[in-house]
Design a protein around this ligand. Structure first.
Ligand code: ANZ
Ligand code: ZN
Length: 874
C-alpha cells in the first residue's frame, strides 16, 4: 500500500532519529552556534494547543538552522515549583513532588510524541535538588553582592486560616480562595532582590535588543518607569519638620493648593490635629486593607481627608492644607505629593470633590500673547497687581506659558522646570531627582513547594548563609498539608532547628521559599551545561552558547519573566560568571490559539460559555434552555470548553499535518483560529506531495545529471520554479519567520511539478528532491520517509539547505503589455533580452497592435523595458 499513512511512519522516524542522535547538541564543532529556546512549561499535567504551537515554531527554527550549517542547542525543561502542586496536596493529599513528577512524565511523553528535535539530555526540572541547589547558590551570590535583603512589607493575610496568600489566591472581592475570609494586609519581614540597582541599565540596554518586538520593549520601559523630576520641601507650620514631595512637574509649583501624604507616611500622625484624629485613624485603617491596585485604579474615585495640619509653599509663602488620600502610595517617590488640580487630571477631580482651590499657572501661549509679565512682585499689601485670569473646565496638562508664577511668569513651562529646580537647589529647599517606578523584587514566599532560601537565623550572628558544602537545603518530605497555619516548613521543628554554621549556637532555618520567577530567571543558562555537578555552569560553555539566538514564548511574559532574566544575567555578569549583557538576542511572542466558541448571550458570567462538545454544531443551541447560541473565536481555555486536544488531531491526521496547519494558518506572532477544514487542507497537501513523489519513484526514471546549458523551454521554466521556491522559502524563514508564506511557496512548487510536462527530465528529479528537502523542517516525518523512498540512506535532516542559482531565476521570456493610447489591449511573449528597439519592433508587429492601429498614424511610441509598449495614434 503506497498511500500516505502518518501513523505508520511517524513513530518509526522518531526512533530512527533517536538512534542516530540527530537532536543531540554538538560539542566542540567549528560550526557557528545557534541557541533556539521555547519558554519552558509549567507541568500542569497535559499539553495544550498553545504549547504545541510554541514548540513547533521553535522546532522549525532549530531544524532549519541545523540544515543551514549551525550547531544547534534546542533544550526543554520544567518550571516545576509553584502553587498548584501544593493545592493538589491540600485538596487530594498527594505530595507535591509526586504530583509534579507524574505530570512531568506525562507531558514529556506527549512532547516526545510531537517529534520535536529536542536534546533531552539537557532536560532540567526546577524542583529537582540538583537544580535548586544552584538556585540557592545564586541566591547566596546575590546576598554576598548586597543585592538580597530583608525588610517589612505588606502581604495578603487570611485571618481564618492564619496564613499568607499569594495574589492569585485572593479573588476579585478580596476574599481568600479557601476560607472565603476577607483578606487583610499585614506587615511581615520579607526578602527582596535589589533590582532597582539595575533600573538604569535595564532601561538603556533595551536599545540593544534589536530582535525584540517594539511592543515588548515599550512594556518593559513603562514598567521600569523612569521619570525626571525633583524633590521639593514644604515646611510644616508649627513643627520643625518639612514634607518632601516628589514631582515631575516643578513648573506647576505656584499652582499648588494642598499637600497629600500617604496614610502610612510617618508624618501623618504628627501633622494631624486633635479634632481630625479619629477620622484620620479610621481612614488609615481602611486604606491599609486595600491593595495597591485598588488604590490606584483609574476608574476608582480618589478619596481623602484633611489632617488639619498646614505647610508652607516655599516659593510663595502661602499656607497649604495637608491631606491624606488613598491614591498616594507610600512606596513611590517620597510618599507625599503636592496637589496641583489645575494641571493634573487626578488632582482636578480630587479638588472638585473636596472643594479645594484650583489655580491655573500654565496656559496656552495664545491666551497670554499680549500680556505684560513685568510687574511680578507683590505691592505693600501683598497683592500682585497683574494676576492674569485664565480658566479651563478641566486640568490643563499640556506644556505652555507660566502665569502667576512670580519671577518665572512668562517663561515656557518646559524651560521653567529646570529654572525652578535650580532656584530651589540654590535656596536649599529642593533637589533634582530621577525616579523609577520599578521597585525591589519581593522574592520570599510563605510556601512549601519552592526552593528554600538558604540562610540560618542565629541569635548571635544574625543572618548566616548556608555554607556551599551544605547545599542544597533540601525540602523535607515528611510534612503535612492542611492549608492552614502557613507553610508546613514552619511546623517541622526537626527541619527548622539547626546549629549555627558559624558559632554552633542553636539557630533556626529560614522557612520562606523563593518566588518561582527566580527558578526561571536562569534556566536558560543551566541548559548550556545542564548536568554539571560541580558548578552552577561552566562559564566557558555558557558564554559559548549564550545569548539565546531565538527565544519563543507568550506575550504574558513580556514584563516580569523577561525583566528578571535580564536582571539575573547582568548580576551574574558582574559576579564574573558571564561575559555578555543580555540573555535573549531575538524574541518572538507567539499569538494565542483560538477555538470555535459557543456563547449564550442571555446568560452572564462563566455560565454563558457552552462547551462545544455539548452543542449540536449544525444548530447550536443551549442544551438547558434551547436558546440559540452565538459562535465566535476565543482563546482556547477550559472555562470556555473550546479547546482542541492535541492528541485528537494527531490521531486523526498525524503530527506533520498538525504542524503544517499551525504554521500555515497564521504568522507566528498572530492569533491562530483553529479550523478543522484548514487542517484537512494541509492533510490533502501532504497527500499530494506523497503522491507526487511516489508516482515519480514508480515511473522509475533513470537518474542522470541535467545539462543546464541545454534545456528545453518547459525544463527551463520548471527549473525557474524550483529555484524561485528555494529563494522564497529561504527568505520567508530567514528573519521574520513567515512560515505561512513559506508553505505557500512549497504549494506553488508542488503545483509546478504536478503540471510539468517534463516528468522524465533530470530537472524534474531535482524538483522532487528539492521539495522534499524544503519540506523537512515543517513536516519532518513525511519528509524523511519520502527522502528514504527516493533511495537515500541518510536522513533528510542532515542535508544541507539548498542554495538557489540566481541564473535560474532569470526568465527567458517576459510578458510585454501592448497599450493603445494608454489602454491595455493585449500582451505578447518576447525574449527577455530584447532591447528597446527590438521591443518596439515586436510590439508593432503584434497582432493586437495591427488590429487597433489599422489605417491610423502612429504619433508616438513609449517603451517601458521589461513591461510595456504604448502607442499614441491619431
Ligand atoms: C505635582 C504635579 C503636577 C504632578 C502636575 C503631576 C502633574 P510619574 O511620572 O509616574 O513618576 N506622585 C508622586 N509621588 C506619588 C505617590 N507616592 N503616589 C501617587 N502619586 C505620586 O509621576 C510623578 C507624579 O506623580 C508626581 O508629579 C506627583 O504628582 C505624583 F500637573 O506632582 B506630580
Ligand atoms: Zn551564630
Amino acid at each position: 500500500d503506497s498511500r500516505y499513512n502518518p501513523a505508520a511512519i511517524e513513530e518509526k522516524w522518531q526512533q530512527t532519529w533517536a538512534e542516530l542522535g540527530l537532536d543531540k547538541t554538538p560539542t566542540n564543532s567549528a560550526k557557528p552556534k545557534f541557541y533556539a529556546l521555547s519558554m519552558f512549561p509549567y507541568p500542569s499535567g497535559s499539553l495544550h494547543m498553545g504549547h504545541v504551537r510554541n514548540y513547533t515554531i521553535t522546532d522549525v527554527i532549530a531544524r532549519l538552522k541545523r540544515m543551514q550549517g549551525y550547531r544547534v542547542l534546542h533544550p526543554m525543561g520544567w518550571d516545576a515549583f509553584g502553587l498548584p502542586a501544593e493545592n493538589a496536596a491540600i485538596d487530594r493529599g498527594v505530595p507535591p513532588a509526586k504530583w509534579t513528577y507524574q505530570n512531568i512524565s506525562q507531558m514529556r511523553q506527549q512532547l516526545q510524541r510531537l517529534g520535536l528535535s529536542i536534546d533531552w539530555d539537557c532536560e532540567v526540572a526546577t524542583c529537582s535538588p540538583d537544580y535548586y541547589k544552584w538556585t540557592q547558590w545564586i541566591f547566596l551570590q546575590f546576598l554576598q553582592a548586597g543585592l538580597a535583603y530583608q525588610k517589612e512589607a505588606a502581604v495578603n493575610w487570611d485571618p481564618i486560616d492564619q496564613t499568607v496568600l499569594a495574589n492569585e489566591q485572593v479573588d476579585n472581592e478580596g476574599r481568600s480562595w479557601r476560607s472565603g475570609a476577607k483578606v487583610e494586609r499585614k506587615l511581615l519581614r520579607q526578602w527582596f532582590f535589589k533590582i532597582t540597582d539595575y533600573a538604569e541599565e535595564l532601561l538603556n540596554d533595551l536599545d540593544k535588543l534589536t530582535g525584540w518586538p517594539e511592543r515588548v520593549k515599550l512594556m518593559q520601559a513603562n514598567w521600569i518607569g523612569k521619570s525626571t523630576g525633583a524633590y521639593l520641601e514644604f515646611p510644616i507650620v508649627g513643627l520643625d519638620e518639612k514634607i518632601s514631595v516628589y514631582t515631575t512637574r516643578p513648573d506647576t509649583v505656584y499652582g499648588v493648593s494642598y499637600l497629600v501624604l500617604a496614610p502610612e507616611h510617618p508624618l501623618t500622625q504628627r501633622v494631624t490635629k486633635k479634632e481630625q484624629q479619629a477620622a484620620v485613624d479610621a481612614f488609615v485603617q481602611e486604606v491599609a486593607n486595600q491593595s495597591e491596585l485598588e488604590r490606584t485604579a483609574e476608574d476608582k474615585p480618589k478619596r481623602g481627608i484633611p489632617t488639619g495640619g498646614k505647610a508652607i509653599n516655599p516659593f510663595t509663602g502661602e499656607e497649604l492644607p495637608i491631606w491624606i488620600a488613598d491614591y498616594v502610595l507610600y512606596e513611590y517617590g517620597t510618599g507625599a505629593v503636592m496637589g496641583v488640580p489645575a494641571h493634573d487630571a487626578r488632582d482636578f477631580k480630587f479638588a472638585n470633590k473636596y472643594n479645594l482651590p484650583i489655580e491655573f499657572v500654565i496656559v496656552e501661549p495664545e491666551a497670554v500673547a499680549d500680556k505684560d509679565f513685568s510687574i511680578t512682585t507683590p505691592d505693600e499689601d501683598g497683592e500682585v497687581s497683574n494676576i492674569i485670569q485664565v480658566e479651563y473646565n478641566e486640568a490643563y496638562t499640556e506644556p505652555g506659558i507660566l502665569i502667576n508664577s512670580g519671577q518665572f511668569s512668562g517663561i515656557a513651562s518646559t524651560d521653567a522646570k529646570q529654572a525652578i529646580v535650580e532656584y530651589a537647589e540654590q535656596q536649599g529647599f529642593g533637589k533634582a531627582r530621577v525616579q523609577y517606578r520599578l521597585r525591589d523584587w519581593l522574592i520570599s514566599r510563605q510556601r512549601y513547594w519552592g526552593a528554600p532560601i538558604p540562610v540560618i537565623h542565629c541569635p548571635n550572628c544574625g543572618i548566616v548563609p548556608v555554607p556551599d558544602k551544605d547545599l542544597p537545603v533540601q525540602l523535607p518530605e515528611e510534612v503535612e498539608f492542611t492549608g492552614r497555619g502557613g507553610s508546613p516548613l514552619t511546623q517541622l521543628e526537626s527541619w527548622v532547628n539547626v546549629p549555627c554554621p558559624t558559632c554552633g549556637t542553636p539557630a533556626k532555618r529560614e522557612t520562606d521559599t523563593m518566588d518561582t520567577f527566580i527558578d526561571s530567571s536562569w534556566y536558560f543558562l543551566r541548559f548550556t551545561d545542564a548536568k554539571n555537578e560541580q558548578q552552577v555552569f561552566d562559564s566557558s560553555k555558557t558564554n559559548d552558547w549564550m545569548p539565546v539566538d531565538q527565544y519563543v514564548g507568550g506575550i504574558e511574559h513580556a514584563i516580569l519573566h523577561l525583566l528578571y532574566s535580564r536582571f539575573f544575567t547582568k548580576v551574574l555578569r558582574d559576579r564574573g560568571l558571564l561575559n555578555f549583557d543580555e540573555p535573549f538576542q531575538r524574541l518572538l511572542t507567539q499569538g494565542m490559539v483560538q477555538g470555535l466558541t459557543y456563547m449564550n448571550p442571555n446568560k452572564g458570567g462563566k455560565d454563558k460559555w457552552i462547551a462545544s462538545h455539548l452543542v449540536d454544531l449544525a444548530n447550536p443551541r443551549d442544551p438547558q434552555t434551547g436558546e440559540p447560541l452565538q459562535r465566535l473565536y476565543a482563546t482556547m481555555s477550559k472555562s470556555k470548553g473550546n479547546g482542541v486536544a492535541p492528541e485528537d488531531v494527531i490521531n486523526k491526521y498525524g503530527i506533520d499535518t498538525a504542524r503544517m496547519f499551525i504554521l500555515f494558518k497564521a504568522p507566528p506572532e498572530k492569533d491562530l483560529e483553529w479550523d478543522e477544514a484548514d487542517v484537512e487542507g494541509q492533510f490533502r497537501f501532504l497527500n499530494r506531495v506523497w503522491r507526487l513523489v511516489t508516482d515519480y519513484i514508480a515511473a522509475g526514471v533513470s537518474k542522470k545529471k541535467a545539462d543546464i546549458s541545454n534545456l528545453t523551454k518547459p525544463e527551463k521554466e520548471l527549473r525557474r520554479a524550483i529555484h524561485t521556491a528555494i529563494q522564497a522559502v529561504t527568505e520567508d524563514v530567514e528573519d521574520e519567520y513567515q512560515f505561512n508564506t513559506a508553505i505557500s511557496e512549497l504549494m506553488k512548487l508542488s503545483n509546478a511539478l504536478t503540471d510539468s510536462s517534463s516528468k522524465t527530465s533530470p530537472i524534474y528529479a531535482e524538483g522532487i528532491e528539492t521539495l522534499v528537502v524544503l519540506l523537512a523542517p515543517f513536516a519532518p516525518h513525511i519528509a524523511d520517509e519520502l527522502w528514504h523512498l527516493l533511495g537515500n540512506s541518510d536522513s533528510v535532516h542532515t542535508q544541507t539547505w539548498p542554495a538557489f542559482d540566481p541564473a535560474a531565476l532569470i526568465a527567458d521570456e517576459i510578458t510585454l503589455v501592448i497599450q493603445i493610447m494608454g489602454k491595455t489591449r493585449g500582451a505578447i511573449q518576447v525574449p527577455s533580452q530584447a532591447d528597446k528597439a527590438a521591443l518596439e519592433k515586436y510590439a508593432r508587429e503584434s497582432e493586437v497592435a495591427q488590429r487597433y492601429i489599422e489605417g491610423k498614424e502612429i504619433k508616438k511610441v513609449i517603451v517601458v523595458p521589461g513591461k510595456l509598449v504604448n502607442f499614441v495614434i491619431g
